[in-house]
Design a protein around this ligand. Structure first.
Ligand code: RIB
Ligand code: CA
Length: 314
């Protein structure tokens, strides 16, 4: 089977961490690098978390530091969701290796340039690094196969009424990426809020009995505290994992191709992802928007991925 060469870019973050557990377990993906970005926490903290996650799951690839702040705005971290460390909850191993001496954009550009096949990018935090890559190396866009993002929401936001956190942190970066001409699949809140894992499933994962599964269950224990404080959540919405499963199991999703633009100014909704659902602009769709999913199938994929960490290495 042809494996998809990917670069994981994120702001771990509990759901970024679980997304990377999934990605690392998939035989379909060939992870070339991991890059951190300022989002849920400062770039220093998300980098440290990225190194610890890779150590825990045995993902020995270059990990590079991303941009220390959004393109124009000041950082806007989320300790109320992910804690002061950005990945509160279970104790994690200290990093088994050093961060790359290249920064994220340099490393991404090197990998893309040297690859004999196009690379897929999977940003699950603000799009700062991806936009910076486009600005510094526009010639490399033709060697990017696809971008699977977690971000945005056509019908509503979560950090502001009309803006989702990742896009609201860096709307200018998102605008650059959405206009960039590279194919995009958007795992926005319309679908990720349905991707809830239930407490009884935390326990199924916990009882799988391997260290990674135990840590994932404890990440869910912490992450669910935030969701419990909100109305309408029976479980924890593991937003970022949807971007990975959209690649490995597209069959469990309903998708709509829409023209989507990003609001970057105004008083009420900078960071809104405005989807032309009624096709009133006449503009060609630029985004495959994930609209719905088979939640039970999603949960099974996650549980099976966690179970694979207990199998004797293949
Ligand atoms: O709005 C959810 C997104 O914001 C997720 O990627 C979460 O990790 C945070 O980055
Ligand atoms: Ca994230």
């Amino acid at each position: 089977m042809r494996r998809i060469p990917v670069i994981l870019d994120g702001d771990p973050g509990h759901d970024d961490a679980i997304a990377w557990v999934l990605a690392n377990a998939s035989p379909m993906l060939d992870i070339k690098a991991v890059t951190s970005v300022c989002g849920n926490q400062t770039m220093e903290k998300t980098t440290y978390n990225a190194l610890r996650i890779c150590t825990l799951i045995g993902l020995n690839v270059p990990v590079a530091k991303g941009r220390v702040k959004p393109l124009l705005k000041e950082p806007m971290v989320a300790p109320n969701v992910h804690g002061q460390s950005g990945l509160d909850g279970p104790k994690l191993p200290e990093p088994a290796f050093e961060v790359s001496d290249m920064d994220a954009v340099t490393l991404m550009a090197k990998i893309i340039e040297e690859s004999d096949e196009p690379i897929t990018l999977v940003p699950t935090g603000p799009l700062t690094n991806i936009a910076a890559l486009f600005l510094a190396h526009p010639e490399l866009k033709s060697k990017i196969e696809h971008i699977y993002i977690m971000g945005g929401g056509i019908h509503h936001g979560n950090w502001a009424p009309a803006a989702e956190f990742n896009i609201q942190v860096d709307p200018e970066a998102a605008d650059i990426v959405f206009r960039g001409g590279v194919p995009i699949t958007m795992a926005g809140l319309d679908v990720t809020e349905k991707a809830q894992i239930y407490p009884e499933e935390f326990d199924i994962i916990r009882n799988l009995g391997n260290p990674v599964a135990k840590t994932v269950a404890e990440w869910f224990d912490f992450f669910f505290q935030y969701h419990k404080s909100l109305k309408g959540y029976r479980g924890a919405a593991v937003h970022d994992a949807v971007a990975i499963v959209a690649m490995t199991n597209p069959e469990i999703f309903e998708t709509k191709d829409l023209y989507v633009e990003v609001e970057t100014c105004g008083d009420y909704c900078p960071g809104a992802t405005i989807g032309d659902v009624k096709h009133v602009t006449g503009k060609e769709p630029n985004v495959h928007v994930l609209w719905n999913l088979d939640r039970d199938a999603f949960a099974k994929i996650l549980i099976n991925a966690c179970a694979s960490y207990g199998e004797v290495s293949k």
